[in-house]
Design a binder for this molecule. Sequence first.
Ligand code: NAP
Length: 280
Amino acid sequence: MARVLLTGVRGKTGAPLAELLAARPGVEVLGGSSSPAEVRIDGVRPTAFSWDDPAGWPAAVDSVDAVYVVRPDRADAPELVRALLDVLPEPARVVLLSEQDADYPGPGGWAPRVERAIRESGRKWTVLRPSWFMQVFTDPRFYVDDIADTGELEFASGGAAIAWIDARDIAAVAERALLEPGHAGAVYEITGPEALSLPQTATLLSEAAGRPVVHREVGIDEAVAGSEGFARELDVLTFERVRDGSFAVVTDTVERVTGRPARSLAGFLREHAGMLRRNG
Ligand SMILES: NC(=O)c1ccc[n+]([C@@H]2O[C@H](COP(=O)([O-])OP(=O)(O)OC[C@H]3O[C@@H](n4cnc5c(N)ncnc54)[C@H](OP(=O)(O)O)[C@@H]3O)[C@@H](O)[C@H]2O)c1
């Protein structure tokens, strides 16, 4: 029996990953969440895990064979991740969810420092570096309401493209890295099958929504309005990296690791058209 802890089990990659793992015989899935009472996934054991409660980590990682670490986007993430690895059982392998092209220095060299915490741990590790998730078009915290209500996709792209990735494909790569041999020491840049400009993305959204959706280019200040402090710094940097083409590079990682091609944005939007059509 392999015991696997997922941090962020209720998140965009954690939830589909939990389902994949729970469907495999011989895998015990611990669904880590700061609100474990909210974890309701068949075959998954709700497990208290909060970055704010290091005292609870030893119980969460007890006897685990592998851990999926969703990078917490906060200033102290490098220290937190390093401290978590210190309490892992010796042979446990670690898979980190980072982001595409994460060599950018950022505030205080933040993103590379989070990855270094894993790489220098002496563990068997794998780093996942995905592009922007397609799920930003269905997650109520991002664009779905604006698209459904106004038909506008406000985005600071600077004319660059994004190789949107389905979080389910990230989960499929993570599943292999957590359980199968051959992934130790790998840094996987994970993208969808094509890089799409924002106007091209809006065209696909129009087809799914059944009415026109237009891209409205906004400045970075407008795109990050409402976020503050470290989160704002990170958001500004993310849009600067969009503009610089960091998320436009297409890789074949999903197919190489899972044996089947990455899902397309058009297919994803067809599947979720109902959410985009609710006012249409
Ligand atoms: N979204 C994208 O397009 C994208 C693209 C590339 C990389 N990434 C990176 O991927 C990572 C995850 O982003 P995401 O968009 O997937 O986020 P997400 O779906 O919102 O998931 C974040 C998870 O963090 C958990 N969480 C919140 N507070 C916590 C705490 N105090 N302790 C432990 N867990 C806590 C949440 O679960 P509970 O509330 O249940 O604890 C949630 O499952 C980030 O590092 C992000 O930069 C995201």
